[in-house]
Write a protein that binds this ligand. Structure first.
Ligand code: GDP
Length: 297
């Protein structure tokens, strides 16, 4: 499960704090040093860790905490609150267009991040909310990706729009708008092509799609298991094409949690959902407070 090793380390630090009646400034500093190490080992971005520890320390060494009835517990509470704030404080919903207007969502991400799977998972969520999504196969470089989207779309009972692999993604997106309008689709999700690494062609292609059609939400899919790479990828995508939110996949297999903890602080963009497994139902809305409780164990 995600965060296992981080949780274990933090629990040890906190057990120590709780066992002490009164706390000295040195006690708090020593405990926070251990929290810092645990976060760095969890692959949380270095700058994020520094800022986090500074914020917690400023609050924890205040008179109210040190002279309080249960200072250890207070420090833990502060760590919890700062973790929630680090991850964006509130749950962020995907912004939909008002009324019956269709919302166009472009999914982006590197190959293997889980983009195609997540696209289908997301369509299922919208369907449950009574929407009529259309999935659009814009990944024309991997014929397997089109097939995969079709199979997953069928499983979700959602229509997939494809023009094969000989048409340019921007033209497919344009045609999909017409199709969606005729068909009464109120959510149109574009599954775009990834590459193994950030590259100019991929960014250009995404820009071309954005020029061809009005994209209301650009959602980046990153793999939690890649840790700080996922954070750097998010930074690059945001700089080049502008993203509205991030979906972090494979959190089920990530024992460290660094990506989930750093993305909001580094990119300024919130995590919307997290992928918790390979099944199409394994997508959970992201609640910073629940995630913080999960981390603290
Ligand atoms: P794409 O290249 O970005 O479109 O990636 P795919 O959607 O093809 O996914 C790559 C692999 O990751 C597939 O085997 C998926 O089943 C798997 N995958 C996607 N999301 C998750 C997740 O949240 N948890 C786990 N364990 N596997 C996932």
């Amino acid at each position: 499960m995600a965060f296992d090793s981080l949780t274990e380390k933090l629990q040890n630090v906190f057990k120590n704090l709780r066992s002490k009646g009164r706390l000295t400034e040195e006690d708090v500093k020593a405990a926070l040093k251990e929290v810092k190490m645990a976060l760095l080992e969890a692959d949380v971005n270095f700058k994020v860790v520094k800022g986090f520890i500074k914020d917690v320390q400023e609050r924890a060494i205040g008179q109210d905490v040190m002279n309080g009835l249960n200072p250890g517990q207070m420090v833990i509470k502060i760590v919890n609150e700062e973790l929630v704030s680090l991850m964006g404080a509130e749950t962020t919903e995907i912004q939909l267009q008002p009324g019956s207007a269709a919302t166009v969502i472009m999914m982006a991400g590197l190959q293997g991040a889980g983009k195609t799977t997540t696209t289908a998972k997301l369509a299922g969520k919208f369907k449950l909310k009574g929407k009529k999504p259309l999935l659009v196969a814009c990944d024309v470089y991997r014929p397997a990706a089109i097939k995969q989207l079709q199979i997953n779309g069928e499983k979700q009972g959602v229509e997939v729009f494809s023009m094969g692999d000989k048409v340019k993604p921007a033209d497919i997106a344009r045609a999909a708008m017409e199709h969606g309008a005729k068909n009464g689709n109120n959510i149109i999700i574009l599954d775009t092509a990834g590459r193994l690494h950030i590259d100019e062609d991929m960014m250009t292609e995404l820009q071309e799609i954005k020029e061809a059609v009005t994209v209301h939400q650009t959602i980046l899919v990153v793999d939690a298991m890649t840790g700080q790479d996922a954070v750097n990828v998010a930074g690059s995508f945001h700089e080049k094409i502008g993203i509205d939110g991030v979906i972090v996949t494979k959190l089920d297999g990530d024992t460290r949690g660094g990506a989930a903890l750093s993305i909001k602080a580094v990119t300024g963009r919130p995590i919307l959902y997290v992928g918790m497994g390979e099944k199409l139902s394994d997508l959970e809305q992201f609640y910073p407070d629940r995630m913080a409780s999960r981390i603290l164990g």
